[in-house]
Design a protein around this ligand. Structure first.
Ligand code: FPP
Length: 244
């Protein structure tokens, strides 16, 4: 069980790969869309549970740069679900003090969706509760490439010197600039890979892979993942304090 007095404490930033919607639906003889729909319910539970436990940042992988390769009908359904989620849930999230931020590539997206996402960010920007970071049209390699392009442009314009480029400078040019790195990454659905998610940011993140499909995600699953996180020894490349 999550222990609030544990030295690792409650992870400040939890990143989630919400996987297994399709398999959850298939196991019930339902279309994949039914799994995605239940996935929205699970997301609502996750936000509530994370806020209650004192998590400060919750980053969710809602749609990857690679998800465009799915059948058109599924892509359309997922985009529609996001639109409806923003339309229906933002007022409640705002009421609950949640601040919404969106990471990912916005160029080339439907302007209607971009406007909705930006409205949600603006409406909630002064909130001080949980920060819900929605990774949409997100791919980590693409994000790092865009950051490198921005930094290169600044060098070409004489705004910064090559020798000024540090990991911190590059990190600040990522979509997650200003957001601390995730302490804990949870992937549901049993698979154990990062799938182009937060590659830079997860350098020292603890990974917990849980077998539950995303639609079955609950406060209990989150608490168990946090308990697993708390059992880990985080050394950040150093050595155990007492063995020095
Ligand atoms: C992975 O399951 C899930 C996704 C690609 C989409 C995640 C979207 C949701 C959870 C819907 C709610 C989100 C928002 C922001 C409205 P999968 O389809 O890859 O499942 P599978 O691995 O079993 O096929």
């Amino acid at each position: 069980m999550a222990d609030l007095a544990n030295p690792n404490g409650v992870p400040r930033h939890v990143a989630v790969i919400m996987d297994g919607n399709g398999r959850w639906a298939a196991a019930r003889g339902l279309p994949r869309s039914a799994g995605h729909k239940q996935g929205v319910e699970a997301l609502r539970r996750a936000v509530r549970a994370a806020a209650e436990l004192g998590v400060e940042y919750l980053t969710i992988y809602s749609f990857s740069s690679e998800n465009w390769s799915r059948p058109v009908a599924e892509v359309t359904f997922l985009l529609d679900l996001l639109r409806r989620f923003i339309r229906k849930d933002v007022a409640d999230l705002h009421q609950a003090g949640v601040r919404i931020s969106v990471i990912g590539e916005r160029d080339g997206l439907d302007p209607g969706i971009v406007a909705q996402l930006e409205e949600a960010e603006i409406m909630t920007c002064d909130n001080t509760g949980l920060r819900l970071v929605v990774a949409f049209n997100y791919g980590s390699r693409q994000e790092i490439t865009r950051a490198a392009q921005t930094v290169a442009r600044k060098v070409a314009e004489g705004k910064i010197a090559v020798s000024d480029i540090t990991p911190a400078v590059l990190a600040n040019h990522l979509d997650t600039g200003g957001i601390p790195d995730p302490d804990l990454l949870i992937r549901t659905g049993g698979e154990q890979r990062l799938s182009n998610y937060l590659l830079w940011q997860c350098a020292y993140t603890e990974f917990v892979f849980v077998p539950e499909y995303w639609p079955d995600f609950s406060a209990e699953v989150l608490r168990r993942a946090i308990a697993e996180y708390q059992s880990r020894e985080r050394r950040f490349g150093g050595i155990k304090a007492q063995s020095a």
